[in-house]
Design a protein around this ligand. Structure first.
Ligand code: DP6
Length: 360
């Protein structure tokens, strides 16, 4: 199903104004790795959004029938950002069939991120979901439709995906699934869906993420390059099966409140993702020595205390230490006493599961 149900005759005339959204980053527990043309994922992924790691975007728009599309400005944290501006311009050009007004729009985009400066955290999920929400709001205003309904968020997720795959999972609170899975009938490769509350034990709404900034430098291999290497990967088919299997187990852990199984799957996904990178052709390593030291400490701490905590990694060296609200103090002490030493200039972010995007 394509959530893009716009009436092709809806665009008529002039409009101008401003739409603003704040949208979060998300952390995947089952990883999206590898994609087909059109940003269709090779396997389903599951994540939750963060509270502190967000981007706020405003689009000032001016639409006139005689205009043709133009991005008149793009600013990130008060500064021009050429690299990001080009990516956004090509995104906006590519999605004009989904928003007829875009063909006649002049847009000025300003954005502000709350991510600490050069934290080494991917901001594209937050940025593309916020952008998609602003565009959907401009459209809703023109068509006089509601921004609170299911279709609105579904289209925003669909459009976000076209900017960056993982962005489509930033639209909802709770646990969010992107990619077709036989276990969730409403799941789709084209947009993400929120898991119903009855599928998730209440403990999992208290998840926290202590983000350890091991390194904040530029990565030697980007996520896009990594996804591309999956096409010829010798383990590609096995990886797809593994992701479906891990999703099944994670869904069981979530519904049954099984924290031990949850931790096992989350770590297996993180290490599998990095093994896929190492066994790509050419192979590469994004973990740093301090990533491994920190993993070792986290695992020893879990064994000695029985506290259910686990690590996950995105396509980079930084560690997301996933834990529950009730263990927040113990984790703070672990970070302060042992893990901070492995972080670049002692940097870490005390984040938690968030409530999803907000219009402002
Ligand atoms: C390792 O969504 O950044 O974080 O679709 O090319 O923009 P593009 O890739 P991106 O890939 C994220 C990969 C990951 C795992 C995940 O978030 O599921």
């Amino acid at each position: 199903m394509n959530p893009d149900k716009q009436d092709k005759n809806a665009y008529t005339g002039k409009a101008s104004g401003r739409q603003c959204w704040e949208s979060p980053s998300n952390i995947a527990l089952v990883k999206y790795w590898g994609k087909y043309p059109g940003q269709i994922p090779m396997n389903p992924s599951l994540s939750f959004v963060l509270k502190e790691s967000v981007i706020r975007i405003c689009i000032d728009y001016d639409i006139k029938p005689e205009y043709s599309f133009k991005l008149t400005g793009f600013e990130l944290n008060g500064q021009q950002n050429e690299g990001f501006a080009r990516r956004i311009e090509s995104f906006l050009t590519g999605i004009q069939t989904h928003f007829l007004f875009l063909k006649h729009a002049r847009l000025k985009i300003t954005s502000e991120s709350t991510f600490p400066h050069s934290a080494g955290i991917a901001s594209s999920a937050a940025a593309f979901s916020a952008l998609a929400l602003c565009l959907c709001s401009i459209e809703a205003k023109q068509l006089g439709t509601n921004t609170k309904n299911r279709e609105f968020l579904q289209k925003a997720s669909f459009v976000s995906r076209l900017g960056s795959g993982s962005a489509c999972r930033s639209l909802y609170d709770g646990m969010v699934l992107w990619g077709e899975s036989e276990f969730i009938h409403e799941s789709s490769d084209e947009y993400a869906v929120r898991l119903d509350n009855e599928r998730v034990h209440s403990d999992f709404y208290t998840l926290r993420d202590a983000i350890l900034i091991i390194d904040d430098g530029t990565k030697p291999v980007s996520s896009s390059e990594g996804h591309a290497l999956m096409h010829q990967h010798p383990f590609r088919e096995v990886r797809k099966q593994q992701a479906h299997g891990n999703l099944k187990k994670l869904l069981l852990a979530l519904s049954g409140g099984n924290k031990k199984l949850f931790c096992e799957i989350v770590e297996n996904e993180a290490l599998s993702l990095h093994s896929l990178m190492m066994s790509s052709n050419p192979g590469y390593l994004l973990m740093k020595p301090n990533t491994i030291h920190a993993i070792d400490v986290i695992r020893r701490f879990r064994v000695s205390t029985n506290i259910p905590l686990c690590f996950t990694l995105d396509a980079g060296p930084n560690i997301h230490l996933i834990h529950f609200e009730e263990d927040r103090q113990a984790v703070r002490e672990l970070v302060q006493n042992e893990l901070k030493d492995f972080c670049k200039e002692g940097k870490w972010i005390d984040d938690s599961m968030g409530n999803g995007p907000k219009q402002f």
